[in-house]
Design a protein around this ligand. Sequence first.
Ligand code: AP5
Ligand code: MG
Ligand code: ZN
Length: 218
Amino acid sequence: MSRQVLILLGAPGAGKGTQAVRLAESLSLPHVSTGDLFRENLSKGTPLGDKAKGYMDAGDLVPDELVIDMLFDRVGREDCAGGYLLDGFPRTVAQAEALGARLDAQDEVQVIDIEVPDSAIVERITGRLSCGGCGAVFHRSFNPPATEGTCDRCGGGLSQRADDSAEVVEKRLAAYHEQTAPVAGWYRERVGICAVDGTQSPDEVFGACRACAQEVAS
Ligand code: AP5
Ligand code: MG
Ligand code: ZN
């Protein structure tokens, strides 16, 4: 059976999580975020969470082998049998190669790159509020929740991520430019990518992403 594998690329704070939640609902695909999976492991105190914590707090990428094992375990589950939406993976060319080797020839890979300049990223990230319950993201000024501190979607509590400080953001951006930006070129040569202007409003970005997903699918 062929699977739809939708990949969201973009810098930290580009809006991958914001769009992934909506795209997953709209396309009926499970939303798989490697950042969320690490944070889940961290909150449960698993050995994997312990190993990842130091890298995440420093703004570095977690080593490929830890990420790839965790991701393959997740997408091997029943709910991903018909396809899935990847948010934050692959982030290195080695991760893209490992995913490529795992997929079947008939799987339909679609790649969307959400483009936002570095100058807009710091404000987005330092004002972000994240839901521990469902993964939804808000922003103090750009996208405030209806009730302060509470998720509009699931009623869960909102909090600021440990790595969302101005200092760590600089490191995350550097890791993005060095290690993740080449992944877009890797896909451009192999399957093509759909570039979306991520500086538009969240609704406009969603419309553009949704059009990409449909376009590639038809
Ligand atoms: P991860 O959790 O994936 O973080 P990230 O890539 O740094 O991306 P973010 O979640 O910060 O941003 P986003 O693009 O999801 O933006 P969002 O929608 O929230 O990874 C965290 C760490 O885990 C990594 O640093 C690494 O250590 C490790 N890791 C994870 N995956 C890994 C991998 N594959 N390999 C190795 N290590 C890995 O939006 C941001 C803010 O902007 C929000 O407040 C939102 O409300 C606002 N916003 C969104 N869209 C708009 C808009 N259009 N206009 C105005 N504001 C907007
Ligand atoms: Mg995210
Ligand atoms: Zn929620």
